[in-house]
Ligand binder design. Structure first.
Ligand code: ASP
Ligand code: MG
Length: 473
């Protein structure tokens, strides 16, 4: 079970989390949940801010240490509220000692960063990791205050990763061995393990993070490593929705999705789970369930190998906004092998992530969609890569059109069903939305198209949702 920062925003919410865990722990006699938590809401951001503050000249160190102290008071206040009235004086003492030790380490690291005047990705990970270390202590204390045995664990002792600081990748074999030593025996004894999300460590013990919002991913890693029956991601909505309800009022919660559909949705901007969460779950064959902390009776969304055939061909529709369409075009590209390879090679070298690709079969134009903030880097890299071709007019232009969005309609039911694209573009045409580019993966799980990033996005989302999802009711 994973709980995110908003479910841990204050003592009241942490108590609610403890209740949910306790309820699950009491369900079947020989079943114990393993819990993975994020930092308390906002804490990771504050750690990033204080890390940068430490670098700011002569006054930086004092200001950063002041921010550390504020964070300490924030956690101590929550801990006081959680332990109030509970007959757990001894365990409170132990939590105080561990919390004080963490804060002392954090102060030392901040002083080190400030003295050296340098904040490497490795140091930033060391600092960012404290949010989860603090929150596990609080959640474990809340459970013990409610007479449920629990123990806080740092994933530095469990999740073994490579040394890509800020975006580390797990070594599942090593992690599974560690989980068997460190996590499973606790659960067997009926002690609920409360592990840090978001973080891990290299084989030699250097702290890493899995990237922002990585706790979902952590939950899947830990769930796969311990051989969980299901991985539950507790969030603040009733599972995965058929569309963003702020944009599409008729959006509804989806009872089930296949792993492939969920991956497609997670990638294409439905912010319910971190896109990489699916990977360990699929590999271990463990179903994922998305549940609402504020509405625990709702079944949420089950994500597993196969989902029930949807009522319609399209189950959900999402949009990613604030993008740009970059095109490489020229009649001289016709039939010349290697243009696409060099295009994407140049973008990869410049660190630009490509979200969607389309190429007309005339081969005179390759279009790709990237984040708008990467336009300058992308066009520079492409102009360099094709300098000779541009000079010879084999490539005529490298253009960028900003202010576009990708719309993606997802559903395994469209595979082999003729007419889905026709209905989709028909719906867009009826609301006057112009389609700039189109792509469909050959897995036939999704259709994506590029439209202008203005009111057209909302019109298009509603039109597609109406055509497929509401129509199917
Ligand atoms: N606390 C981390 C973050 O804010 C990880 C997470 O919340 O999933 O990015
Ligand atoms: Mg979060």
């Amino acid at each position: 079970m994973k709980f995110g920062g908003s479910s841990l925003a204050d003592a009241g919410r942490i108590r609610r989390v403890a209740d949910l865990v306790r309820h699950a722990a009491g369900q079947a006699p020989r079943e114990t949940p393993v819990v993975v938590v994020s930092a308390m809401g906002g804490v990771t951001d504050r750690l990033f801010t204080l890390a940068r503050t430490a670098l700011a000249g002569r006054t930086g160190q004092g200001a950063a240490l002041e921010q550390v102290d504020e964070l300490r008071r924030h956690h101590e206040r929550a801990l006081d509220a959680l332990c109030e009235g509970a007959a757990t004086e001894d365990s409170r003492g132990e939590v105080d000692v561990r919390l004080a030790a963490y804060f002392a380490e954090l102060r030392d690291i901040v002083i080190g960063v400030s003295l050296l005047g340098e904040l490497s990705p490795r140091s930033l990970d060391a600092i960012a990791a404290y949010g989860e270390k603090f929150s596990t202590l609080l959640v474990a204390a809340a459970l013990r205050a409610a007479d449920t045995p629990a123990e806080a664990i740092s994933a530095e002792d469990v999740v073994v990763t490579d040394a890509t600081f800020g975006n580390a990748m797990p070594d599942m074999a090593a992690t599974t061995r560690r989980a068997a030593e460190r996590v499973v025996p606790l659960a067997r004894r009926g002690v609920v393990p409360i592990a840090t999300g978001y973080i891990g460590a290299t084989p030699d013990g250097i702290t890493t993070t899995l990237g922002r919002n990585g706790s979902d991913y952590s939950a899947a890693i830990v769930g796969a490593a311990v051989g969980a029956q299901e991985i539950w991601i507790w969030t603040d909505v009733d599972g995965v929705m058929s569309a963003d309800p702020r944009l599409v009022p008729a959006a509804r919660s989806l009872p089930d999705l296949s792993y492939a559909e969920a991956a497609e949705l997670a990638y294409f901007g439905s912010r319910v789970i971190h896109p990489r969460t699916i990977v360990p779950a699929v590999a271990a064959g463990v179903p994922l369930r998305i549940k609402n902390t504020f509405h625990p009776a709702h079944p949420g969304t089950l994500i597993a190998t196969t989902s029930a055939p949807g009522s319609g061909a399209v189950k959900a529709v999402t949009a990613i906004r604030d993008l740009a369409l970059v095109t490489v075009e020229g009649l001289g590209m016709l039939g010349v092998p290697g243009i696409a390879g060099r295009t994407f090679g140049a973008l990869a070298t410049a660190g630009v992530n490509v979200l969607m690709i389309s190429q007309a079969s005339s081969e005179s134009n390759i279009a790709m969609v990237i984040a708008r903030r990467e336009v300058a880097a992308a066009t520079r890299a492409l102009r360099e890569a094709f300098a000779l071709e541009l000079h010879r007019h084999e490539v005529d232009a490298i253009r960028a059109q900003e202010g576009v969005a990708i719309l993606t309609a997802v559903g395994g039911g469209m595979r082999g069903t003729p007419g889905v694209a026709g209905r989709l573009f028909g719906a867009l045409g009826r609301v006057g939305v112009n389609v700039i580019a189109i792509a469909q993966g050959s897995s036939e799980l999704s259709i994506s198209c590029v439209v202008r990033d203005d009111h057209a996005v909302e019109d298009a989302l509603r039109a597609i949702h109406h055509e497929f999802v509401e129509g199917a009711l």
